[in-house]
Design a protein around this ligand. Structure first.
Ligand code: NAP
Length: 560
């Protein structure tokens, strides 16, 4: 037996059903399965509660669901065979097309056979005596595994506010993430939309189109900018394909996972006219205005200027000046109520603002006059105003980043439950592991760049890092890996420190857990960018996984 075979033999636990078990079959889950199975030769099992692959893109089928990242970078960069055959049809990919893409990749790489569908995980428990994980599912099955990898996404646990009387509402209602695939009949109906985040703004024009009358219940106005989606012409697609490697190289080494060149480092040195000209250019091109000034998220003056620009655009678009002011998140003195992009910046498709000029679309401002309760056929506001509705679209967001992980009922060493451990906010080392939970790896976990970026890029980064880490463990005979407590304390402090240098913490958002009553308000995501983060995780790997404890079988079972 060679040294490496001996290492592998010592590292792999005997008597488990699988070497690795991956929960979730979205972008992260299927790539993780492939790497573990094809690169490392491990026995793998995927568990997925839906009846197909897709993850987020399986569930979010609300009208107009679309990704706000450029399609040519919202896909894997390793999939040459798929790349040859696949053609995105639009700049921003539509939900059914993304779902088809993920399915096409899973089929091309023969991954379906390794996934149990319609299988919901109800608990995952680390057994300290055997050093292995036991995973239980809703149908009463259980699986043992050495490596446990929840690949459950960051926006998978819907948030539905605890509205008084919602159970009495007799109309049809859905959260956007459970909107039926074959749609909802809205013809001749009055539809209510609660929420004006990225989802509400994306779906609003479609609801307006399909209904008789739409009422948009807005608690906080948002800074939406036009997406300017368009079909990808054959010529452009071929050019993108020809430059694919360079595009991906740029994306992987960027801050946000996209191929972006900033127009200016700051607006500070520009006259207002110069700044306006650059903003106007980007506005016409479509997409977030973040690429105009590099310091938008760290410089209040620059950010204020961007907000003023969008406010001017809203005023130009909305016919009724009073209504325009209600749609602008700015106080009477011209101070932004939240900074541009400190809450996830929404893109407007199909003329979001323009729709408010129509008689059949109504803005219901619930900022100062909140929703008090539901009746059988209406929403009643605190001042007693009643709004009759037949159909309700709840675009009220998610218990983001930590919510789904916590609800998996994960128990680590010493009987500690993950939800209890994270009661005062998540503690992770690099968003990859957490102390007390050996051999559990998270993909785009809390305190990693994840949702502040084009998600497929950090997903690939994490899947590849985990694969290399396991390869190292197999080579060297390590059976267990666990984040060290002081390393994760240092990482949490660093995360908060980097966040404090930005404008993110100044604005209430789900990035800070503000949207969930009682959720601890720590900054949930690493805001330093993919490039800096990548340097850090590569350095950790180069130092033999510094900050993690690696142990052989007997050692790890004896550990604290
Ligand atoms: P969200 O950003 O959390 O927005 C939720 C909305 O519901 C907010 O407008 C919020 O108002 C409102 N709301 C919550 N509780 C309410 C209450 N009791 N009364 C009235 N209004 C209430 O959720 P989301 O729009 O679903 O977006 C979540 C994330 O999904 C996005 O930020 C983005 O990352 C992702 N997404 C991605 C894409 C894509 O392109 N890939 C598309 C859509 C969404 P407040 O602002 O006042 O809290």
């Amino acid at each position: 037996m060679s040294a490496s075979e001996q290492g592998r033999d010592a590292a792999l636990a005997k008597d488990t059903d699988f070497d690795a078990l991956v929960v979730g079959a979205g972008f992260s889950g299927i790539y993780m399965l492939k790497k573990l199975r094809d690169d490392l030769g491990l026995s793998v099992q995927g568990l997925e509660m839906a009846d197909d692959v897709g993850g987020t893109w399986y569930h979010n089928k609300y009208p107009g669901a679309r990704c706000d990242s450029d399609s040519w970078l919202y896909c894997y960069d390793w999939c040459d065979d798929v790349q040859e055959e696949w053609e995105w049809t639009e700049r921003y990919p539509h939900q059914p097309e993304i779902q088809d893409y993920i399915s096409f990749v899973a089929e091309s790489h023969d991954l379906y056979k390794d996934i149990e569908f319609e299988t919901k995980v109800t608990s995952a428990t680390f057994d300290e005596d055997s050093g292995i994980w036991e995973i239980e599912t809703e149908d009463g099955s259980s699986y043992t595994t050495q490596y446990f990898i929840p690949a459950v996404g960051n926006l998978s646990k819907p948030f539905i506010p605890d509205f008084d009387g919602l159970e009495d509402f007799e109309g049809t209602w859905y959260h956007t993430s459970s909107w039926p695939a074959d749609g909802v009949d809205m013809e001749g109906k009055t539809v209510g939309l609660i929420g004006t985040g990225s989802t509400g703004i994306q779906t609003m024009p479609h609801l307006a189109e399909e209904s008789e009358h739409l009422k948009v219940f807005q608690r906080t106005p948002n800074w939406a900018v036009p997406a300017r989606n368009r079909p990808l012409e054959e010529e452009e697609w071929q050019e993108l394909k020809a430059n694919y490697d360079e595009l991906w190289e740029a994306a992987r080494n960027s801050d946000g996972g996209l191929d972006i060149e900033f127009t200016h480092p700051t607006a500070d040195d520009l006259s207002r006219e110069e700044a306006w000209e650059s903003l106007e250019e980007r506005w016409e091109e479509g997409g977030p205005l973040l690429s105009v000034f590099e310091d938008t998220l760290i410089n209040k003056d620059t950010n204020t200027l961007v907000c003023e620009f969008i406010a001017e655009k809203i005023r130009e678009t909305i016919d009724d000046p009073e209504l325009a002011e209600k749609l602008i998140p700015m106080d009477e003195d011209g101070n932004p109520e939240h900074w541009y992009a400190a809450k996830r910046p929404p893109l407007a498709y199909n003329g979001y603002y323009e729709r408010f000029n129509r008689d059949d679309v109504e803005l219901v401002d619930v900022g100062d006059n909140p929703i008090a309760r539901f009746n059988a056929d209406s929403i009643v506001l605190e001042d007693g105003t009643e709004h009759q509705i037949d159909v309700l679209c709840m675009a009220t967001g998610f218990d983001a980043v930590t919510g789904t992980l916590e609800s998996l009922n994960i128990t680590g060493r010493n009987g500690q439950n993950l939800e209890d451990k994270w009661e005062a906010g998540p503690r992770t080392y690099l968003g990859l592991g957490t102390h007390g939970f050996p051999n559990m790896f998270m993909i785009t976990g809390p305190q990693s760049p994840s949702v502040l970026t084009n998600m497929v890029v950090p997903i690939q980064q994490h899947v590849e890092w985990i694969t290399e880490c396991l390869d190292y463990m197999l080579e060297n005979g390590y059976q267990h890996i666990e984040a060290q407590e002081d390393a994760e304390e240092e990482w949490a402090a660093h995360n908060e420190e980097v966040a404090s240098q930005t404008l993110y913490p100044d604005s209430a958002s789900w990035y800070r857990g503000d949207n969930i009553p009682g959720k601890d308000q720590t900054f949930l995501i690493y805001p330093g960018g993919i490039n800096l983060y990548n340097d850090r995780i590569e350095a950790v790997a180069a130092e033999n996984y510094e900050g993690f404890t690696l142990a052989e079988a007997e050692e790890s079972q004896a550990a604290d």
